[in-house]
Design a protein around this ligand. Structure first.
Ligand code: 73E
Length: 826
């Protein structure tokens, strides 16, 4: 560790003025315009003002962070380390202003300088350091950990390029690099002297030391340095601030004096670039890992640097190693950081010279693991050869963990020899694979799923053997979302209306929303509620007109399907229904009475052919429908490009109907479903993930569930599902599929979408789109009928919001803290 001496711990923080009103904030902004950004204070542009405001807030955050750290330190609290390959924080400005209670001051200060807060906030470019739900969940949880004052740290990777920027060109997804750092880093501190070495490759040397102990060390390793970049996450108006530490890769050679003196200058620079590639780019694959060597390097890079940080803090305490689990818990967000388990073993056994048993005792009490998906293709495995080459010592340790584990299993299940192959950490077939989920389960004291339904599936099928071996480890923690960002910040007028009626406590105690229920029968509240919603829809309509050049009616039913593109999320089912509606309008005008605006958004992994093809189909269908004069205002289809947190914040408050239509049993939880319902949208969804719990809370009569249940999906599959039968029996469905296959939506390339239809009719329809089509169409009709009665719809909308209290990430994190982590607020 080459960190600078942090100075006398007792030194005092600079005195802050007792209050920091708008004037003081304005002075800070101007000071940063001049001294940090080197611009004329007379004529700063909007971007400069945004950056100066961000820097002024960072000043306040860092003061509070230091004070919070001192608190944790002086109480010697147990710490939570949340390890995630992804974080998706979204834009920080408004969030930080709200948390610091400085929104009005900022507005005033900026007005004084001739700027509007909204315009300045629009200057922010969000860090897209995650793919979707998993990364966004990590960020919601940090927000809640800060609000609950937990002694917690987020650890991740400082990717130079986040999730790609999506353009739609001629109906197709085109990816552009997301250079989120181009405007500078105003929220973070880059700690260029705060680095840890990370060592890959090389060979394991076995030797016997003077005490006769067998020792292991790594020789000829390649070393890369991990540099800390810190971003601050404030709690809601509680003066408490957490740190999200993201590691950036730096060449180790710069730290070696001789590096640039070897004569081969260009070669030296090339090596530098190769080393720094590790944190260059986020893998854009959601739920289908690419299995590339660089990805495994990224995982180990995060893990090694983080464990060094944890161990460094623990060593300072000067207490015995067996106290590690009493003072720390390391949470693994999915299996992506699971190599932390052999890494901690390696440090304890190889470096600290604990016995295997001592070290293992510590490990299994330190780690906890959350599983987020049961899709077979998403369960992470690595070729053993690759592991051996990149992390030779870790593979040895995994083998030893496995040997001992299988030994115990054999004793526990003497009559079931097949169980050994099923639970082994290494899959043995033609080729050998390390199974990361098995490693994570065996090495953790807690394994949780992310909704009640998903956690049951883990116990009953995916990890059933492990559940028999370690029943006490399995538990459920239903996901949650932060009400600060997903109501207060993204929907300020609705938030204001709520606060006006029930006070502001809901912001940190979302169950308080229940207090809205008495108002659902008040006409005045009804009106105000629907006015706010309509205003939000007007704003989104303006955005759509600006971006897509399409005019949509704010009074129409806004039916929204935004999320990553994946076949199991069934955007295709939605579009089949859109086409069916289109056909009804054409064949019997007057049969469709509720005008609808369909809004789609989401990215497809760049290598996921079918997902990209479905995006193209949606855009082609949109073009056909939007330009058909027979349709008029009855139906509009819009694809908004580059769905991201910023865009979600615009869309969600303007949504009437929220599409959550995954094949039952496939969406572990979903969190978008919660964001929509919290903002008063009604869900149309399947019996899947957290939809089921949303139904239990808001009431069956306040959402539209349809489709097969997950056990029915399984039964239908095992009995030999025949999608053709549905095609043959259902003439409306048949017409839709024939149009797509026949080139109706791609007249210049009639065969363009044939393989979409093939995947349904001839390749088994893995996601049961055809099996659920009819019940979806019926339920959509119910939704349209309900929308015609605006008073009844308003009631449903209000009841959704008022009953969503359970889905706060504060509740979820509190459960993690009590049931898994054993920590409480400082
Ligand atoms: O159901 C969502 C869940 O709400 C699930 O698909 C998602 O996690 C959300 C938060 O719990 C998820 N993402 C991934 N696995 N599950 C994933 C896998 C590999 C790479 C990136 C993301």
């Amino acid at each position: 560790m080459t960190s600078q001496n942090s100075g006398n711990r007792k030194s005092r923080l600079p005195e802050a003025p007792a209050t920091r009103p708008a004037e003081s904030l304005k002075q800070d902004i101007l000071r940063h315009v001049l001294y940090s950004l080197g611009r004329d204070t007379e004529r700063p542009d909007r971007q400069t003002v945004f950056r100066a405001l961000a820097l002024s807030l960072r000043d306040r955050l860092v003061e509070k962070w230091i004070a919070s750290q001192r608190d944790i330190y002086s109480r010697s609290s147990k710490r939570v380390y949340y390890l995630s390959l992804e974080f998706l924080p979204g834009p920080f400005l408004r969030e930080n202003l709200i948390a610091l209670g400085l929104e009005n001051e900022a507005r005033e200060a900026l007005t004084d300088m001739g700027f509007g807060l909204d315009d300045v906030a629009d200057e922010e470019y969000e860090p897209g350091l995650g793919n979707g739900g998993l990364g966004r969940l990590a960020s919601c949880y940090l927000d809640s950990m800060a609000t609950l004052r937990l002694p917690a740290y987020g650890y991740g990777i400082h990717y130079a390029y986040g999730i790609f920027y999506q353009l739609i060109k001629e109906g197709r997804q085109v990816e552009r690099a997301d250079n989120w750092l181009r405007g500078g880093t105003h929220w973070e501190f880059e700690r260029s002297h705060y680095v840890h070495p990370v060592r890959f490759y090389g060979q394991v040397r076995e030797w016997v030391d003077e005490q006769g102990r067998l020792r292991h060390s790594l020789e000829n390793a390649t070393t890369v340095m991990a540099m800390a970049c810190d971003m601050f996450i404030p709690g809601h108006k509680n003066d408490y601030v957490l740190n999200m530490r993201l590691w950036a890769a730096k060449t180790s050679r710069e730290f070696e004096f001789s590096f640039f003196n070897t004569g081969d200058y260009i070669g030296a620079v090339e090596e530098k670039i190769r080393d720094e590639n590790i944190s260059m780019v986020l893998y854009p694959n959601d739920e289908a890992p690419e299995g590339k060597e660089l990805r495994l390097k990224q995982q180990f890079f995060l893990v090694s640097a983080t464990i060094q940080d944890i161990v460094r803090r623990f060593r300072k305490k000067g207490i015995a190693w067996d106290q590690l689990p009493r003072k720390n818990v390391i949470h693994l967000n999915e299996t992506h950081p699971a190599v932390a388990i052999p890494e901690l073993m390696r440090i304890l056994v190889d470096e600290e010279l604990l016995t295997w048993e001592e070290a293992w005792y510590i490990c299994v009490r330190t780690f906890a693991y959350t599983n987020h998906t049961v899709l077979p293709e998403a369960l992470e495995v690595w070729p053993e050869d690759l592991f051996r080459r990149l992390l030779p010592r870790h593979l040895q340790i995994i083998h030893e963990i496995n040997r001992r584990f299988l030994h115990d299993v054999r004793r526990q299940f003497p009559n079931d020899p097949n169980i050994l192959g099923r639970v082994s950490l290494v899959h043995e077939g033609e080729s050998r694979w390390v199974r990361m989920s098995h490693l994570a389960i065996v090495g953790s004291f807690s394994v949780n799923g992310v909704s009640a339904h998903h956690s049951e599936i883990l116990k009953e099928s995916v990890f059933h053997d492990f559940y028999k071996i370690f029943p006490e480890r399995f538990n459920n923690k239903t996901n949650g979302i932060t009400p600060r960002r997903w109501l207060r910040q993204c929907n300020p007028t609705l938030a204001w209306l709520i606060t006006e009626h029930i006070g502001p406590e809901w912001l940190t105690d979302l169950a308080q929303l229940k207090k809205l229920e008495p108002y659902v029968n008040s006409e005045g509240f009804h009106r105000a509620w629907m006015e706010v919603r309509l205003r939000n829809k007007h704003k989104l309509a303006e955005y759509i007109r600006d971006k897509n050049g399409i005019t949509v009616m704010p009074e129409s039913l806004f039916d929204v399907h935004v999320k990553r593109f994946h076949e199991y999320k069934r955007q295709l089912l939605n579009v089949l229904h859109v086409i069916a509606l289109y056909n009804r309008i054409r064949s019997s005008p007057g049969s469709v009475t509720v005008p609808r605006t369909y809004i789609f958004g989401g990215k497809a992994a760049p290598g996921y052919y079918m997902a990209k093809h479905i995006i193209r189909l949606i855009n082609s269908v949109a073009y056909t429908i939007n330009t058909d004069p027979r349709v008029g205002d009855l139906l509009k289809v819009v694809f908004l490009q580059n769905y991201c947190v910023t865009l979600a914040e615009r869309i969600i408050p303007a949504t009437d109907l929220s599409e959550q239509i995954s094949t039952a049993g496939m969406e572990a939880s979903g969190t978008g479903n919660m964001k929509f319902a919290l903002n008063g949208a009604i869900t149309i969804g399947t019996h899947d993930g957290a939809n089921i719990e949303i139904m239990e809370h808001v009431g069956n009569e306040n959402l539209f569930l349809f489709g097969l249940l997950s056990h029915e999906v399984n039964e239908m599959r095992s009995q030999g599902y025949n999608p053709r039968l549905f095609y043959e029996r259902d003439s409306e469905l048949r017409e839709v599929l024939d149009m797509i296959a026949g080139g109706f939506f791609s007249p210049s390339e009639p065969h363009l979408f044939r393989d979409v239809v093939e995947s349904l009719l001839n390749h088994g329809d893995r996601y049961m789109v055809l099996a659920d089509f009819r019940s979806y169409v019926y339920r959509q009709q119910d939704a349209a009928n309900a929308f015609m009665d605006q008073a009844a719809w308003a009631r449903m909308s209000m009841l959704n919001t008022s009953r969503m209290g359970f889905f706060s990430s504060d509740r979820a994190v509190d459960e993690y803290a009590k049931d898994i982590w054993g920590v409480s607020g400082v």
